[in-house]
Design a protein around this ligand. Structure first.
Ligand SMILES: [Zn+2]
Length: 260
């Protein structure tokens, strides 16, 4: 699944689409599911240009001189600009770009295109997406913002569930949450508000380092705990058999020996 790091690669590619006049925008029925009925994207955006490509968590937002154009990528969505995929081989979908999986396409006056490619059909196109519904972005999260996200809503759910809550912190997905908790030696089951000051600082440090390292390595699937992410997998730090259970509705792998 594309997580924040993959969407940041998409955002970098999206910069090549800036400043080019939009001729038309088409989106299929499912990709348009969250738009007003009968809305015509071409009528709204034709003649405008994308002037900035921003990312808030896993949401990609293009500013224009008019409304914002937003993209959500779901489980397998990828971005393709002028036939070039943001991630080689579209790791999260198929191995190739297939026309039947193009769910939405922006065509520019110069003949180039920006396409949303999604085999699983969970990606969505948005007009003026609700940015207020998202918490602060994980890639630039400060210690104070992390404290607020974990402590400001009472006892709260399990720590991992709060990390995945996009209204608390925008951008942390399942693999990244498991990797940073494993590195920070914190159990995903801890109450979100129960972390001590040193534990908060430790989690913040590992959050930053995890995102930074995995971005440079090539994405959220490049974490150190990945080799043990299968039934019977052993912790790469201490050889303990990993626990596998659902936390926050997502399959979680964690080490009962060093994570507490
Ligand atoms: Zn361990």
């Amino acid at each position: 699944m594309p997580e924040i790091l993959e969407i940041e690669y998409y955002r970098l590619l999206a910069e090549t689409a800036l400043g080019r006049e939009i001729l038309s925008i088409e989106a299929d029925q499912l990709a348009s599911k969250r738009l007003e009925t009968g809305i015509a994207l071409t009528d709204i955006f034709s003649g405008l240009r994308f002037v900035a490509a921003r990312r808030i968590g896993k949401l990609l937002v293009f500013d224009t001189e008019g409304p914002c154009f937003g993209l959500r990528f779901g489980m397998t969505g990828g971005l393709v600009v002028d036939g070039v995929a943001a991630i080689k081989g579209l790791t999260y979908g198929s191995e190739s770009i297939e026309e039947k999986w193009v769910r939405a396409r922006v065509t520019f006056q110069d003949g180039g295109t920006l396409a949303l490619h999604d085999p699983r059909r969970l990606a969505r196109v948005l007009v003026d997406p609700d940015e207020e519904a998202l918490g602060p972005d994980a890639l630039s999260l400060t210690l104070t913002q992390l404290k607020t996200a974990l402590k400001s809503r009472g006892e709260g759910p399990a720590l991992k569930a709060r990390l995945l809550d996009q209204s608390a912190i925008a951008g942390i997905g399942n693999l990244l949450a498991d990797e940073m908790l494993w590195r920070a030696a914190l159990s995903p089951l801890r109450g979100a508000a129960t972390l001590s000051e040193p534990e908060l600082r430790r989690l913040h440090r590992h959050l930053r380092v995890t995102l930074d390292e995995l971005f440079k390595r090539g994405g959220s699937h490049t974490g150190d705990h990945m080799e043990a992410r299968h039934p019977g997998g052993m912790c790469p730090k201490d050889g303990q058999a990993f626990f596998r259970q659902a936390v926050g509705g997502r399959t979680t792998y964690w080490c009962p020996k060093h994570q507490s």
